[in-house]
Write a protein that binds this ligand. Sequence first.
Ligand SMILES: Cc1cc2nc3c(=O)[nH]c(=O)nc-3n(C[C@H](O)[C@H](O)[C@H](O)COP(=O)(O)O)c2cc1C
Length: 186
Amino acid sequence: MNETLHLIFKRSSCRDFDPTPLSHEDLKVIAKAGVAAPSGMNAQPWHIGVITDADIITELEVEGLANLKKTDIAGYTRIQLRGGTLFYHAPVIAVIWVRDSYKSGAELLDCGIVTQNIALAAQSLGIASCICGFANYAFVGERTAELTTKCRVPEGYRFGMSVLLGRADTAGTAHEPDEEKITFVG
Ligand SMILES: Cc1cc2nc3c(=O)[nH]c(=O)nc-3n(C[C@H](O)[C@H](O)[C@H](O)COP(=O)(O)O)c2cc1C
């Protein structure tokens, strides 16, 4: 199996990070892999925020958990069962912000491809990841404007998806690909 296929089959979500920071060089190449993603009509309707400030990450976590509790009690309960953290002590959150005014119908798909590029680039460097949709909850409450400013979100962009990054304290296990979900025709 070649290296790329090996990476794809080995990737798994990490939910127990070592909070030690990652190097700027690693983060630069991971973010660059993100913006190398294809997009419909090459619109690139995204901006990547690489958040490494531990105080900001804590603020996002506290706000996200409070808003999750208010609006999605099932999700909040699931997080409590997983240890009560949204970000699992990850030292880095890469947020893919999506351009508000761009409505091709594929903008979230574009954003998803960036997300996977980031996860696989991290994996190739031995860095664990967890795609984290729940980070969205940090940007839906009364503190949205303040936190948007703190995270230096460009004007006219909103949350698309995020990827938690860091070294794994406990590594995940790759799920078994379900080949029943494949049909060959011809
Ligand atoms: C769009 C999307 C959003 C996700 N959001 C979360 C999340 O908020 N928290 C979390 O722990 N995992 C999240 N995940 C990770 C999934 O739970 C995980 O990918 C899935 O269970 C399969 O496990 P694997 O990644 O180890 O293969 C998300 C994954 C995707 C693709």
